[in-house]
Design a protein around this ligand. Structure first.
Ligand code: NDP
Length: 308
């Protein structure tokens, strides 16, 4: 019988995930024949339909799901169990079916409620892992030893910030266009920052990208977690030359492959990379969660399946 996986999003047509996962699965199946019948699909699910889609796909026997815009936060309310890191981030991008039943029957009387009875979905967030692995691979930098200037305060920035703090990054500076969103994120992160490095003060800072502070650290890793750069007409999320010379620039955006920020980084001769490597590593970690095969073995196969 086929084992099914899928990414749910809206829109979803341009997702690279099916190509990446199916390519890796085909390569893995040569050595792990139990994966020969695994298939990964892309399913367009508007936000209002997410709860129904999660119930239906579970009943249809889907083993695992990825979630992308706009479902990562919405899905939290519909998972039966949540990984502690994903809870802190407040978003899930990977679900694994709980319970073995590949059932067409409701598991309980009132089967629509089964998600809250322990046999629905278990939620994870692999974006932070993906970012850390990508930064290490493409820039040779380690979040644990690296001052970080993080641009953005949305879902992706939240995952990045939690990962930086969890890894013990010595100082984290977050810049965001809308001050209120920045303040919300900083107040949510404050307990984590206090907890992870006792005794050290001022690890966590916020600033407006329109007013770059004088005391930003040199040799920081600049991470773009804003959506500024998705379109050619977008402004740069920060005036890169106004920063002390960074150790590198990582842009989570991979389409276009060179955003205005990365273009400027190239002109300045800075080490830089786009978000394709993060896409690969977060995907490899998801497939590890579903298959038990190490993400480090999966990632090169996913990378290869995306290379023309
Ligand atoms: P959200 O909508 O949650 O957050 C968007 C962020 O971008 C906010 O901080 C917002 O600031 C900021 N922003 C939007 N437009 C502009 C602009 N014109 N100028 C400055 N700031 C702007 O999105 P996500 O956090 O989910 O995603 C952010 C980016 O990360 C996307 O491009 C996404 O594709 C990418 N991503 C890549 C991944 C990968 O694997 N490579 C994984 C996850 C995300 P404000 O608060 O002011 O509105």
């Amino acid at each position: 019988a086929q084992t099914s996986l899928a990414v749910l999003g809206h829109p979803i047509a341009h997702s690279l995930s099916p190509q990446m996962h199916n390519g890796a699965l085909a390569a893995l199946a040569k050595e792990a024949p139990q994966l020969a019948d695994w298939r990964y699909y892309a399913i367009d699910v508007p936000p209002a339909d997410l709860p129904r889609a999660l119930r239906l796909l579970r009943k249809r026997g889907f083993l695992g799901l990825n979630l992308t815009i706009p479902h990562k936060v919405l899905a939290l309310a519909h998972v039966a169990e949540i990984d502690p890191a994903a809870r802190v981030i407040g978003a899930v991008n990977t679900l694994r079916r709980l319970g073995g039943a590949n059932d067409d029957q409701p598991a309980h009387a009132g089967g629509d409620q089964c998600d809250s009875l322990g046999d629905g979905w278990q939620g994870f967030n692999t974006d932070g892992y993906g970012l850390a692995a990508a930064v290490r691979e493409t820039l040779g930098l380690d979040l644990s030893g690296q001052p970080v200037i993080l641009l953005g305060a949305g879902g992706a920035a939240r995952g990045a910030a939690v990962e930086c703090l969890a890894q013990g990054c010595p100082s984290l500076w977050i810049a965001n266009r809308t001050a209120a969103n920045l303040e919300t994120l900083l107040s949510e992160l404050a307990p984590l920052a206090d907890k992870s490095r006792r005794g050290e003060k001022n690890r966590l800072h916020g600033f407006s990208p329109a007013r770059v502070p004088d005391d930003l650290p040199a040799h920081a890793l600049v991470i773009n977690a804003t959506s500024a750069g998705l379109r050619e007409s977008d402004p740069m999320p920060i005036d890169l030359p106004a920063l002390p010379r960074p150790a590198g620039v990582y842009d989570m955006i991979y389409n276009p492959p060179e955003t205005p920020l990365l273009h400027r980084a190239r002109k300045l001769g800075l080490p830089r990379a786009n978000g394709l490597s993060m896409l690969v590593h977060q995907g490899a970690k998801a497939l590890e969660i579903w298959s038990g095969i190490a993400a480090s073995r999966i990632a090169p196969l996913m990378q290869k399946s995306l290379t023309p």
